[in-house]
Write a protein that binds this ligand. Structure first.
Ligand SMILES: [Zn+2]
Length: 366
């Protein structure tokens, strides 16, 4: 099975330049060569080459010119949102949410369906395929593929759902390969929280260079952006904060241990003690801040949204108390800008990043 567009080191350099120009252009305002040269720290001549490449591919277009002072008028350029689109899917144990996003990562359409709890793999595949086919008919521009974000552990490079040790019908399923075969289009599989942070970095460019995204859906996970790079780790398991122990001999967890944050959080919510659940969340957020030194914490996921005031309040208090002796450490806590679409959009953005020439694990039919 081949990678859609094999990339050489030089492709990746060109890709990174294209990506940087598109990232500036997708903020909305038309831009000039000088704007882009300043934003990227390269010469206007270099920008001309990049723009020519992107215009040839239909991703950028001219946007008229303005007269600013004496001399030649300044030519403006804009991104062409409708030139490309990607499907993003977000799978949970009970729901499937899907979006179509354009080249700027804006949602063109979304839909959500309930699915049977722990569907067997063949049924799950049918559900995913049907949703993707429906969304494939929405929007305009070249359809680049399908991104699927789901609870981990997920093998990002292999496209396999690793699963948990608890009875898990999806464990070991080669979901990416099965979807590629069924849909005959490129597919990418990622951990839900990793997809979420990609989507969030698209909507908050430059703000999430050192950030943790804490996601509370069925489980509790996190993803990290450190020094501008999204962290995956040796087995693409980085950020499994849900399975860090917060209470010795605490509630049994599906991973086989006791007192994991995820198990304690669920146990607290289960007995209606939102305050206690919020404390568990606050504990792991402070631990994350301590461990990897981030200055932004983004919270997302349906469980957080349902109790966001208590969750945000508990986290802010824990950070204030925990960092009292270090007034120079400032950490901003915020809710995701993407709401319930967070993971589906992020999965679509991951597919779009491949078109930008950034390395991803998008794999297409042979
Ligand atoms: Zn656990």
């Amino acid at each position: 099975m081949g990678v859609v567009r094999p990339s050489t080191p030089l492709d990746r350099v060109a890709g990174a330049h294209d990506a940087a120009v598109l990232a500036v252009a997708r903020r909305g305002e038309p831009v000039s060569r000088t704007d882009l040269a300043e934003a990227l720290g390269v010469t206007p001549q270099a920008i001309s080459k990049i723009l020519a490449r992107l215009m040839e591919r239909g991703m950028m277009a001219g946007a008229g010119s303005i007269i600013s002072g004496p001399g030649k008028p300044t030519t403006l350029y804009r991104i062409v949102p409708s030139s490309r689109r990607a499907i993003g899917l977000h799978l949970t144990r009970t729901r499937l949410r899907g979006v179509v996003a354009d080249l700027t990562g804006e949602v063109v359409s979304h839909r959500e369906i309930e699915i049977g709890h722990r569907q067997p793999v063949p049924e799950l595949l049918e559900t995913l395929t049907a949703q993707a086919r429906e969304l494939a008919d929405v929007g305009s521009g070249t359809l680049l593929g399908v991104g699927l974000g789901m609870p981990g552990p997920v093998d990002f490079s292999g496209g396999v759902y690793r699963g948990t040790s608890a009875p898990d019908p999806w464990r070991g399923a080669e979901i990416r390969r099965m979807l590629v075969d069924a849909l005959a289009m490129p597919v990418l599989l990622d951990h839900d929280s990793r997809a979420a942070i990609v989507g969030e970095t698209w909507s908050q460019p430059d703000l999430l260079r050192n950030a943790a995204l804490v996601l509370v859906e069925d489980g509790l996970g996190a993803s990290l952006s450190i020094d501008g790079s999204i962290v995956r780790g040796a087995h693409s398991h980085a950020g499994e904060v849900g399975h860090t122990v917060v209470r010795m001999d605490g509630a049994p967890c599906e991973c086989g241990r006791r007192g994991c944050a995820q198990a304690e959080f669920a146990a607290s919510l289960g007995r209606g003690d939102v305050e206690d659940a919020a404390q568990v969340l606050a504990t792991i957020v402070l631990d994350l801040v301590r461990l990897v030194d981030v200055d932004r914490v983004v919270l997302g996921g349906s469980t957080v949204y349902a109790h966001h005031e208590q969750m945000m309040g508990a986290i802010r208090s824990a950070l204030e108390a925990g960092l009292r002796e270090e007034p120079w450490v400032h950490v901003e806590v915020m809710l995701s800008t993407r709401g319930t679409d967070l993971i589906a959009v992020g999965s679509a953005c991951e597919v779009l990043e491949h078109e930008y020439g950034l390395p991803t694990a998008l794999v297409g039919p042979e």
